[in-house]
Each structure stands twice: as structure tokens, then as C-alpha cells.
Design a protein around this ligand. Sequence first.
Ligand code: PLP
Length: 495
Amino acid sequence: MKFISTRGGGGKVSAQEAVVKGIAEDGGLFVPCEFPVVSVKEIESMADMDFHERASLILSKFFTDFSQETVLKMCESAYEKFNGEPVPTVKIDDETYVMELFHGPTLAFKDVALCILPYMLTESKRSLNESGKTLILVATSGDTGKASLEGFKNVEGTEIIVVYPSDGVSEMQKLQMQTAGGSNVHVIAIEGNFDDAQTAVKQIFNDKGTVKEFGKMGYQLSSANSINFGRLAPQISYYFSSYADLVASEEIHMGDKINFVVPTGNFGNVLAGYYAKKMGLPVNKFIVASNENNVLTEFFNTGHYDANRKFFKTMSPSMDILISSNLERLLFELLGREAELVKSFMNDLLVYGEYQIERELLRQGAEEFEAYCAGEDETAEAIDNFFDMFGYVLDPHTGVAVASYYNYVADTDDNTKTVIVATASPFKFPEDVLKCLTGKSESDAERAIKKFASYTGEDIPEEISGLFTLPKLHNIVIPKTLIKETIFDLLKRKA
Ligand SMILES: *Cc1c(COP(=O)(O)O)cnc(C)c1O
């Protein structure tokens, strides 16, 4: 399977090359030349498989240069790191299910991809005979940071640097990153928001001079952000997996179309769902759920993408994003794979912070998407109600998804069976979730966790309780203008 850039430059590359490079040379994102097909028979056969076998079936279709055995082994090693069933789908009522993507080592959905990405990367480098070191550079709004640090720590031939907004992540997320161990990990906090971090990192990737300087130091730059196709591919698997689970438990019949509600930020998770649909998964609607930073809601309803707006800090920080990088891949499909058009819209976005596509394109090409949003109060109410009605505790991101889904149902009366995609454990956001459930504030994270556990009757995950005794190893906070210098300093000290 070959890949091309959404902006038309650079020719075709293999999946291995796409993973190693991370981003195309012309600044575009790698997309498969065509979508491989998953047959009805294959989906049916997944019903009897473990998750790592399902993931392997999907990944093999893209990574055609690896042997099936190599892919299976990668998947096995990656998903061993999960607690029990890697991505269970839990029944809530006759129409509603929750797919839990938070049973990995950092309790967030990013683990599903970031546990396997290091294996893909090292196997790809081996297969391409590349012996140099890889520098993984990550901008994070919270969860990607810790999940990448966890996935890449002590992986030979890699150095990982994570950049996060100092005041833009939750206390638990910050603690997770500050305490990250491993001989090859570096963490930088910046004064600024996630878009500042992401823009700075993107500029480094796009600046040939900087990339050359890294090369002189022996490093090839790569990305663990969701723009890397290696992040997307494993995410496609869980849409199939959840569907197969519902077929196996006779909640649906093979071929029935279902909805997925996806808490969305950078558009990586829901794009993977869309790719799954293109490959043959029966899906009715993807409900793209946003918090107050509802750029995507406006885009899907009007065709106007407008990042020139107030930035809100919400209790779902991983969705506090105004520039959704992976939307570029959807745009590529909507625009009939016309790279020149994509390039010009992306240029508009860079220069003016906005672009406008014809609404008709969305009606024709993106009919499977419905975009809804929920404010902080609606989200808090949804979390409280969901616990009252079903005894199920949502984290704030999944809370946004449920509240948006309620808004969607109120609008459409759609009673199609629906899977809510749950992206984080509520234990990562104990202060906020406790407040939603009890109305009471507790600003100390450790105390909030204990109160939260006793109120909900849930056990505190070890990944959380262990954090408070670990030393804080990474404490630098820098102005956003010094990101590049700081990265070079860290690497020089390492040399
Ligand atoms: C990253 C993240 C999201 C957003 O996912 P995208 O792929 O960026 O759209 C939502 N919820 C949580 C908990 C996350 O970590």
C-alpha cells in the first residue's frame, strides 16, 4: 500500500516511510492511495478474535511490506500493556453503548495508538535499513504527551521531547508528564496554549534548516502527533472491534448501521472512524462532539472554518483546540483528492486563520458527519445525569460527547444504536468530575481522587495512586519563543 501527500508533493511512499517521516516534505499529511477493503466475512470473523488479532488484520492491509507475523507480534506486544480487555464496549441501555478506550498505561485513548507506534517505527526503520537516531517531537494538549512518553521511554535509537502548555493541562496530566521516567525522555512546559505549542512544533518540522541541523547531530525528526499515519491506523481497528463485539453479543446484526459519538479535538479519532467506514464498516453517523471551542461544529454546519475566535479553557483540555490538523485529510477527500485545492485552503488557514468551502461539498461528501457541541454547564449536567441514571462515570471529554449526543437526538429523533467513544478515565480529571457529581469543589488533586473514589465506589487505578510518590523530574517552563533553542540545548546536553 502506497501513500501520498494531501498537498501533492513528493511522490508515493510506503507505509513504513510514512511512519518514519511523520509528515510529508511539502508540509502535507500522508494518506493512503486508496482505501483497502475489509469484507463482511472479515468483520464477521473478528467476532471470535482478540483485540490484538483484530488490530493486526486492519494494520496488515496498510503495512503490506511487513509480514503478517511481524504485524501480529507488534500488536501483541503493544496490547499486552493494557489492563484486561483493551477496548471493551459496555452496554448502557438498549440503544446506547460506551466503547472504553482508556485501559492503557496512561488511561487515555491515545495509548491505543502510542503503545504500538514505537514498534511500527523501529520495525519500519529496520526494514528501510535506517540506522540513525529518531527524534520524536510532540506537541500535546495533555494526553498525547504522557502516552508518547510511556510508549517511547527507553526505546533504543529514539529520543523523545514533549512540549505542553503549562496552564493548559489538568493537574493529573501535568503530574503524569513531570514524573515521566526513562533515559531518552524530555518534557518542556511553555507559557502559551496548545495551538502555540503545536504551531511551534509544526514550524520546526517545516523548516529545512532546522531539520538539517538535527541531521548533523545524528537525528531524523519524526512525529508521534496524530498527523502521523502510524497514529491513525491503530485507531481504525477499534471501530471495527467495537462493531464486531456488538455483533458477537447479538446487540446488532451484521450489516446494521450504527452511530459513533466522538469527543473531538485534532480530528484524529473520528477521522479513523471515517477511514473505517471507507474500508467497509457499516456506519450511519459520526457525531463530532466539540466543547466550547466549537470550530468544527461551525465548519460542518456552514463550511466556514474559522480559527479567529476566543479560545476557551475548559474541563476537557484535550479538546481545547482551534486548529484541527487531521481535518486536512478529510478535506482532501471532500475536494475529490485535488491537492492544489487543499494547499490553497491550508494556506488561507495559515495566513488568515480561516477558509470557506462550499456547503454543497459537505452535503455530498460528508453526509455521515453531524457536528454538535456542548458548553461546560451542559457537560456537567450530562456527567451528573449519566451517573444518576446508569451508575456510569464519564470523564469530561466523554461528558462533552454525551451532552452533544443528547443535543443531536433532540434535533433529529434518531434512535439508531449508538456507541459513545470514551476517551479518558474519569480518574484523570477527579477535581472536575467530583464537582459535576457533587457540586462541591476540591482543588487538591490527591484529596479529590479519594473523595471521588468513595463517592462513586470505583477503585483508584494504580497508574493514578502511584503518581504522588514519584519525583518530579521535569520542571522547566519557558516562553513560547524559546522552544527551538531549548530543544537544541537538551540534545546538546545529551551528546
Ligand atoms: C486527544 C483526546 C481527544 C481528542 O481526540 P482527537 O483525535 O484529537 O480528535 C479527546 N479526548 C481525550 C481524552 C483525548 O486525549
